[in-house]
Design a binder for this molecule. Structure first.
Ligand SMILES: [Fe+2]
Length: 373
């Protein structure tokens, strides 16, 4: 029986395109229908309009990747996917929504989480992802450790695609690799980022986002983390970071990678602070990290010191797993706020203002801060 195992889920939104992915239980065709949403008084009723468009991929695959092009910016569409195999079995998804990326001047929001791969109560992720969905972010940053063992195929459904299913139907996600992704082929196969996929950047609205693969920068298997040859000026990823940030004239710059250069816990990776001068030189405003299953926000930091005027704020957003007490008994000098509770982070960008909100699993706000240009 042909069935849809994962998704459909969304990837790589632009103002004029959207990538839809899904996995079927066997090789089959790759087809989608989509149309602009019609305003209707019958809320919840979604009629199939006559103006629907169709897109077809190469097919004969189990992991489907279909790019819809020629779309209108910041516009709500409905879509459904369909796959058929050579024996004539057909499977079709429900009708689902997506929204194309906004124009540069338009406000938007995104959510940040990570660590859905577990420790302790693996039901946390089943509560967190629907909560995120209720806030209707435009997209999701997954700051690594989405799974427990990235090389184990079943993990991708168990820890991420199943608990986040409803959210991912309508919300593109950007994953950066944590140690638990294990540099596995699945971490490439299930996403539609530009090659080499482990580091990339994109613009959304007036903001530039850069994802790094810190598992290539730090060797962190046993004992204290050790910088690799890639954590040096001139390495491929270092040059990518410098060129990428230098080329961006975006109002806001956000960088995300898994290991935290600043957190008041044993999983702090001070070796990664050599990246901070690069981030500072190119006007990065905000960094998201994870690896410690807590929430921690730093004071604004520059040159490894407090700098309230020009500092970068580092936020550890390890909220979709449960291991509540990984902090040191007392906070570090760089700690502005630290709390070990399941949570996600919501960011709202509106022109020259940026607001960060940390929300616990009951939906209560427990930290917030603003930035203004
Ligand atoms: Fe980790």
């Amino acid at each position: 029986m042909l069935s849809i195992l994962k998704g459909p889920y969304l990837q790589w939104p632009t103002p004029t395109s959207m990538t839809i992915m899904w996995e079927t239980s066997g090789p089959s065709s790759t087809e989608a229908r989509y149309w602009q949403t019609q305003r209707t008084h019958n809320r919840g009723m979604v009629a199939l309009p006559e103006t629907q468009q169709q897109a077809t991929g190469a097919g004969d695959t189990s992991i489907h990747n279909l790019v819809l092009e020629g779309l209108e910016p910041e516009t709500l569409y409905r879509y459904l996917v369909r796959s058929a195999d050579t024996s004539g079995q057909v499977v079709e998804s429900a009708i689902l929504p997506f929204k194309t990326a906004v124009r540069p001047e338009t406000p938007f929001s995104f959510a940040v989480t990570s660590e859905s791969g577990g420790y302790g109560d693996d039901q946390i992720n089943r509560r967190l992802f629907p909560l995120i969905q209720s806030h209707r972010p435009d997209f999701l940053l997954m700051v690594g450790d989405a799974v427990s063992h990235g090389k184990r195929y079943e993990d991708w459904d168990l820890y991420f695609f199943a608990p986040a299913k409803g959210l991912l139907h309508s919300t593109p996600f950007y994953l950066c690799w944590g140690n638990h992704e294990e540099r596995a082929s699945w971490a490439r196969d299930f996403v539609a980022y530009p090659e080499p996929k482990n580091h990339y950047s994109f613009d959304y609205g007036n903001t530039h986002f850069t994802a790094l693969d810190c598992t290539a920068l730090v060797d962190y298997r046993e004992g204290p983390p050790v910088a690799t040859a890639e954590l040096q000026p001139g390495s491929a990823q270092w040059r990518f970071l410098e060129a990428d940030l230098a080329a961006s004239g975006a109002t806001w710059k956000v960088v995300f990678f898994h290991y935290p250069p600043y957190v008041s816990a044993d999983y702090e990776v001070e070796a990664l602070r050599v990246l901070c001068p690069v981030l500072e030189a190119h006007g990065v405003d905000l960094v998201f990290n994870s690896h410690t299953i807590v929430y921690e926000r730093s004071h604004p930091l520059r040159q490894d010191r407090l700098d309230l005027e020009r500092g970068i704020v580092y936020v550890v957003a390890g909220g979709a797993g449960a291991k509540p007490e990984w902090f040191h008994p007392k906070r570090s000098w760089h700690t502005a706020r630290a709390q070990a509770v399941p949570h996600f982070v919501e960011v709202v960008v509106a022109g020259p203002t940026l607001e960060v909100r940390a929300i616990d699993e009951q939906g209560h706000l427990f930290d917030t801060f603003h930035m203004r240009k």
